[in-house]
Design a protein around this ligand. Structure first.
Ligand code: FAD
Length: 389
């Protein structure tokens, strides 16, 4: 028996039961495949800690915080440096405590061929700033419990909620609530992943599911569960809306069969009859930013979201920063897809996405899909454990 959520997901056009069904039957299996293909697996990211808001307080004491850079010989061919240029001397120690080779921080012209450099007014990230960027193999760096906690982590969440998305703004308009719900849904998803891969004993290296934590942080609060479903449908809608763009994009990583499969799996996802008939338009973005204050409200929300994006540079744990950046970029991409490229310009203009935006939005959708599945499958047991039955 599933959790007790019925009817339409708030502000959406899809019922909880339908979301669970299409997730388990369609989205989850295909997304799990897609994120394993080379194109979606290597994420270009700046992991340096340069917080624009307060002095760096990195508290990466836990070894589970370390990010494993990709060894160069594992890169897809198009991502590698031309031969002859030596490796950079930076080395990071991987979470499994294997030293890994430093990676190509400079040359990625080939990997980005066919991709535009376009701005995203919703985010603060700049993937063209090559000097400090690195590639990370997302499959080697699971989002899971890292031990990042205490005042440093709390300060980030507080800054996000207090300064950027007030829970119940006086106007209480849908547009403002949406930013709060997106962040809260992402927060739920992060907490679910922490609970799903939890490090129980520092000494014994025991990992497992921590269902009490899942209950205490998410399931106990029905609005956090609802916000997770909302965020999932919001991002799903954006991916469906970007269908034409995503189907035609260049997924070349120098591995023709894998790249072909990437494209085929995406096509399968975006054209799935079951998905499109059960939930054709999970969210209706056309309803927003309508009134007189619409454009101003959109600008204000964009500024707030850019702040949230900049706050990711303050996350004091490498792996959390990696997934925080990826997922906030994914949300920023969803906002860009749904609400046009710029608040000033008429919507309907041609959508252009950066390569990293595509990687982020599909990986975010996958993370949310995993969380929704975990809540659906583990939620009832977590509730029974809590109730002592
Ligand atoms: P927190 O999760 O820190 O929550 C703080 C407060 O926010 C809560 O007390 C509650 O009032 C409110 N809140 C909580 N959840 C919601 C919600 N869904 N909606 C609305 N309000 C809510 N830790 C890891 O182990 N692995 C990671 O990969 C990881 N990634 C992170 C990424 C980012 C961007 C940040 C900021 C932190 C990350 N952390 C990660 C830390 C983790 O999110 C928690 O902050 C930490 O585990 C401490 O949890 P807590 O119980 O104090 O509550």
């Amino acid at each position: 028996e599933g959790l007790n959520y019925h009817g339409l997901v708030e502000d959406c056009y899809c019922e909880y039961e339908t979301v669970d069904r299409i997730n388990v039957e369609v989205l989850y299996p295909v997304l799990q495949q897609i994120v394993n293909y080379p194109f979606f697996r290597y994420f270009k990211v700046k992991l340096g800690c340069d917080c624009p808001f307060w002095p760096d307080d990195s508290m990466c004491y836990s070894r589970d915080c370390g990010v494993c850079d990709c060894p160069e010989n594992q890169f897809p061919e198009t991502f590698r440096k031309p031969s002859g240029t030596g490796l950079s001397s930076d080395k990071l120690v991987c979470q499994e405590e294997k030293p890994e080779a430093a990676v190509n921080r400079t040359v990625d012209a080939k990997a980005f061929k066919g991709w535009m450099e376009v701005d995203n007014p919703w985010t603060n990230d700049d993937e063209t700033d090559n000097a400090e960027m690195t590639y990370v193999d997302l499959q080697l760096n699971h989002e899971r419990n890292t031990g990042y906690t205490g005042p440093s982590a709390r300060r980030i969440w507080d800054a996000i909620y207090l300064e950027n998305c007030h829970k119940y703004p006086s106007e209480d308009c849908q547009e403002k609530r949406i930013l709060y719900k997106l962040i809260s849904g992402l927060h739920s998803s992060i907490s679910i992943h922490i609970a799903a891969e939890y490090h129980f004993e520092e000494e014994t290296n025991m990992w497992g599911q921590n269902l009490s934590l899942m209950y205490d942080r998410v399931l106990k609060y029905p609005d956090r569960v609802r916000n997770l479903y909302f965020t999932f449908l919001f991002v799903l809608r954006s991916v469906i809306k970007a269908k034409d763009y995503l189907e035609q994009a260049d997924y070349d990583t120098g591995n023709p069969s894998e790249d072909m499969n990437t494209q085929l799996s995406l096509k399968k996802l975006l054209n799935d009859h079951e998905l499109l008939s059960a939930c054709p338009k999970p969210f209706d973005e056309a309803k927003l930013w309508k009134g007189q204050s619409g454009p101003e409200l959109m600008k204000q929300t964009q500024r707030q979201f850019r702040n949230i994006s900049a706050l990711m540079d303050c996350v004091g744990c490498g792996k959390c920063r990696l997934w925080g950046k990826l997922q906030v970029l994914g949300l920023g991409t969803a906002l860009k897809i749904l609400f046009s490229v710029n608040g000033d310009e008429p919507s309907g203009q041609q959508l252009q996405l950066q390569r990293n935006e595509v990687i982020a939005s599909i990986n975010l959708l996958n993370r949310l899909s995993e969380s929704v599945k975990l809540v659906h499958e583990m939620g009832p047991l977590a509730e029974r454990i809590h109730a002592g039955i």
